[in-house]
Design a protein around this ligand. Sequence first.
Ligand code: ATP
Ligand code: SF4
Ligand code: MG
Length: 328
Amino acid sequence: MARALSVRGLSTVFPSPQGMLTAVDGVDFDLAPGEILGLVGESGSGKSVTLRSILRLVHAPGRVTGQVLWGGRDLLALGESEFRKLRGREIATVFQEPMTALNPVLTIGRQIDESLRAHTRLDRRARRARAIELLDLVGIPAPGTRLGDFPHQFSGGMRQRAMIAVALAGEPELLLADEPTTALDVTIQDQILKLLLGLRARTGMGMVLVTHDLGVVAQSCDRVAVMYAGRIAESGPVAAVFAEPRHAYTRGLIGSVPRAGTERRPLLSIEGTPPGLGERPSGCAFHPRCGFATDICRTAAPPMENVAPDRLSACWNHAAVAAAREAA
Ligand SMILES: Nc1ncnc2c1ncn2[C@@H]1O[C@H](COP(=O)(O)OP(=O)(O)OP(=O)(O)O)[C@@H](O)[C@H]1O
Ligand code: SF4
Ligand SMILES: [Mg+2]
């Protein structure tokens, strides 16, 4: 039975000499079984901390509150051994930094094999064949000769691809992927995205994909959630959000995406920089950079509202933003 992921009121704080710093601030989102959600936003907006919080990888003195419902069970409340059982099998991860995810003292082949052994019923020969196939699918040349290599014998890009192979070996129901293809060249990126989409089509794997690349979101995601200063600013189906953003921040982000063609460009031509954790502005955190800001934006945080079917936005002036898009 495929499961849905429901994140409710997820908040993550880190103590500092200036007091508690809030990196993730009441994040809610839903992921239907087999759905791919793109999580985007500028550097420091809390994307990685959100994924790490879901996976219980934020350690003390950091503190996570809220609920992460996976098929109705709250991952944040599960006992350690129960949680460990489902991590890797039901839920796999790919991180920004591959060296933290790969085991330095085990060969790449062994790490893929362990995942296959734990999560599939393949025999030894079939596992070896599948390991080679997986390395080939993520673009490792001559994969049969690389199974015996240790992570340090791989280049950075190859390690990242090997980490993806390890994560996918167990055919997880859900993949949480943090910039899985960012450091890779475009051909390999496309190959890996195809692999992920193929796996979704075949096994119904759902995915949360953190990326800076709106082209990747357009190409591979069903829905998108835009983060700013630890909160979700807007979410909805990718095509609808890109065609008609309902949050001034989203409008700024996609203003930097070429309208025609598939040319890839990183996010961002919004003036100014996002606030640091200790200096979040009052009201809507985006107001100092926002061309749509009105008085209320400076004093009151906008609530998340249903602004259209299947679309949520937390912007006081979402109607004006939508109208401006039409006029543009
Ligand atoms: N362990 C920690 N202690 C204190 N602050 C932290 C910790 N981990 C993350 N932060 C802060 O939380 C904020 C959000 O960080 P996060 O890594 O989630 O950003 P991000 O959206 O993933 O950015 P990027 O696009 O650069 O990867 C940042 O200001 C970061 O410095
Ligand atoms: S709430 Fe106000 S400041 Fe925030 S994005 Fe919307 S218009 Fe801009
Ligand atoms: Mg990050």
